[in-house]
Ligand binder design. Structure first.
Ligand code: SF4
Ligand code: SF4
Length: 235
């Protein structure tokens, strides 16, 4: 698949290395990013269609005398967190810890979705994205099953597989992904590792979070979305 069919004239993907990072501590669960993504990318309306979404984790206090450090871990994401979150049903005094985790395609360097696509409609780009070309997608759904992060869905209108594209149509024109653009707290940061700008958010993130992690690193998918302050319960 040609990257050039997705990019403006003159864009050279070998001269960029894009990276997305999430600071979990900064996310307030407002959902502006989810809404911006839906609008920017014409993601179908409906609770099952998201290119990015927010999960709320609530970890309860352990039962007294149980000897455990933590109780249960409860996760919810009403309408992908697009309209924020209602108060948790768990009474405040029972909550040990609660936080929000933005999720999206992890832009795996060793992407299982690309590996199983029988027609090459899903492909990796030299600048660190994983894209789907709907012109070639035959809607078999193999990639949806292969993604260990649940990041893909079948578009009910086009009948082709969809996922976060890192707003490739924006970043190759010098813009930020829509979700990063609207995030009011800099919970989402984005940048180009090959073209560092002094004091830019992605380099500040890397400097500050030397121990940033990715999701499910044991799978060997080599995600290119990094997370800071990731609780061990996050999957
Ligand atoms: S997170 Fe899923 S959809 Fe994204 S590159 Fe990895 S396997 Fe593919
Ligand atoms: S816009 Fe930022 S703060 Fe709001 S939910 Fe998204 S990542 Fe979290």
């Amino acid at each position: 698949m040609l990257v050039s069919s997705h990019t403006p004239k003159g864009y050279d993907p070998t001269k960029h290395k894009w990276l997305m990072a999430i600071d979990v501590d900064r996310c307030i669960g407002c959902g502006l990013c989810v809404e911006a993504c839906k609008t920017e990318n014409a993601v179908p309306v409906g609770p099952n269609y998201f290119r990015t979404w927010i999960e709320r984790y609530v970890i309860t206090r352990p039962e007294p005398g149980s000897g455990e450090m933590r109780g249960e871990t409860l996760v919810d994401s009403p309408n992908g967190g697009m309209h924020g979150f209602p108060p948790s049903l768990v009474p405040k005094e029972q909550i040990l810890k609660s936080f929000y985790v933005p999720k999206l395609c992890n832009l795996c360097e060793h992407s299982p979705c690309s590996q199983v696509c029988p027609v090459g409609a899903t492909f990796d780009t030299p600048d660190g994205a994983v894209l789907v070309d709907p012109k070639y997608c035959i809607g078999c759904g193999f990639c949806i099953q292969a993604c260990p992060y649940g990041c893909r869905f079948m578009n009910p209108v086009t009948k082709t597989a969809e996922k976060c594209s890192l707003c490739y149509h924006r970043i190759t024109r010098g813009l930020k992904p829509a979700c990063v653009e609207v995030c009011p707290t800099e919970a989402r940061v984005f940048g180009d590792l090959k073209n560092p700008v002094a004091n830019d958010p992605i380099h500040r993130f890397i400097e500050k979070n030397k121990a940033a992690q990715s999701l499910k690193p044991h799978l060997g998918t080599a995600p290119r979305v990094l997370y800071a302050e990731l609780d061990k319960e996050v999957r």
